[in-house]
Design a protein around this ligand. Structure first.
Ligand SMILES: [Zn+2]
Length: 330
């Protein structure tokens, strides 16, 4: 009897921690994908001509839900809210992998619905609100005044401007200053911080129970998005991720990867930086990226990947050092 009780407790400890875990069918009907027990991916859209949404991930804990990245567009964030409502559990923690608006604009809707949720993120957002985001807001207003931006982009841009003006929903109430273990919604997870990588502070999450790593924009497809990056710091951050014992990695944009796919991505990233630092034509570096990345970047995304990389090689990787390294530590 004692043995039976002990084993029942053991079963409960493993199963009850994810007792709210949804089924794959239920999640699919909501537009999501069950990637591990109790971990649901809501893929972000990344379509030419529109501003993207980053991937969002909902983690089911014993006493609530953890939302990792909140998207940009209302439709994307609404799927997260609908999922929470169906699950019957409150959102108790929101994590922003970084301050880019495709990962954090949805904070506003989620915080309105769950005002008690703790919001975790890096301090980099404070500098962004007076720097990059403020500059972008001004440029956007100028372009709107000149009538240059048209629908459907106009709605996206106006949405971004409204979030920057409101600003408070973007600011975490629990700052991540270093990598730590945390109990979130009754689940023990590792929260990591990589400084000066895709942004000045990139937050990632590793769930040891499922060996799922949520990487935010430290891994993005179809190409690395280098707008606010310190390229050399990003390369170092990928080495750090490589040292984590994950089985599945969820990138900020694109489909989940196994370890072999991540190693392929990391190799492609390092080759891209080396190629851009040399004298080869930009097109040679772009061809190299597509060859290295292989099926990670399907043929249907080659045109978009080429256009993005052509821009990033010219405007970031081969820009004068003061511009290329402006997001690196001084
Ligand atoms: Zn992003």
């Amino acid at each position: 009897m004692r043995l039976l009780l002990t084993s029942l407790v053991a079963v409960c400890l493993s199963a009850c921690a994810t007792s709210s875990a949804p089924s794959a069918e239920q999640v699919r009907a909501e537009g999501g994908e069950l990637i591990a027990p109790g971990i649901v991916l809501f893929p972000g859209r990344f379509e030419p001509g529109r501003q993207p949404d980053g991937n969002s991930i909902v983690i089911h804990g014993r006493d609530g839900l953890v939302v990792f990245d909140t998207g940009r567009h209302r439709e994307h964030t609404q799927r997260l809210l609908d999922h929470a409502r169906t699950s019957g559990l409150p959102v108790t923690a929101i994590i922003n992998s970084h301050w880019h608006l495709d990962h954090s604009s949805g904070n506003r809707m989620l915080r309105e619905a769950y005002p008690d949720a703790v919001v975790l993120g890096s301090r980099a957002v404070e500098g962004a609100l007076t720097g990059f985001l403020a500059d972008n807001h001004k440029q956007a207003q100028d372009l709107i005044d000149k009538g240059v931006i048209r629908e459907p982009q106009l709605s996206d841009v106006r949405g971004d401007m409204a979030i920057v003006e409101e600003r408070v929903s973007l600011i975490p109430n629990r700052m991540i200053d270093a990598s730590t273990d945390q109990d979130l919604a009754g689940r023990r997870v590792k929260i990591g911080l990589s400084a000066n990588a895709a942004t000045e502070g990139d937050v990632w999450l590793f769930d040891p129970a499922t060996r799922v790593l949520l990487a935010g924009d430290l891994v993005t497809l179809p190409v690395p998005l280098l707008d606010t990056a310190c390229p050399s710091g990003w390369r170092d951050a990928l080495a750090t991720l490589d040292g984590i014992g994950f089985a599945t990695l969820v990138p900020g944009h694109g489909e989940p990867m196994d370890r072999a796919s991540f190693v392929q991505y990391r190799t492609a990233f390092n080759h891209l930086l080396t190629c851009a630092a040399g004298s080869a034509a930009a097109n040679t570096c772009i061809d190299g990226w597509l060859a290295d990345a292989g099926t990670r970047v399907p043929a249907s995304q080659h045109e978009q990947a080429r256009r993005l990389l052509d821009y990033y090689i010219g405007q970031v990787l081969r820009a004068p050092p003061e511009r290329r390294d402006r997001y690196c530590p001084r």
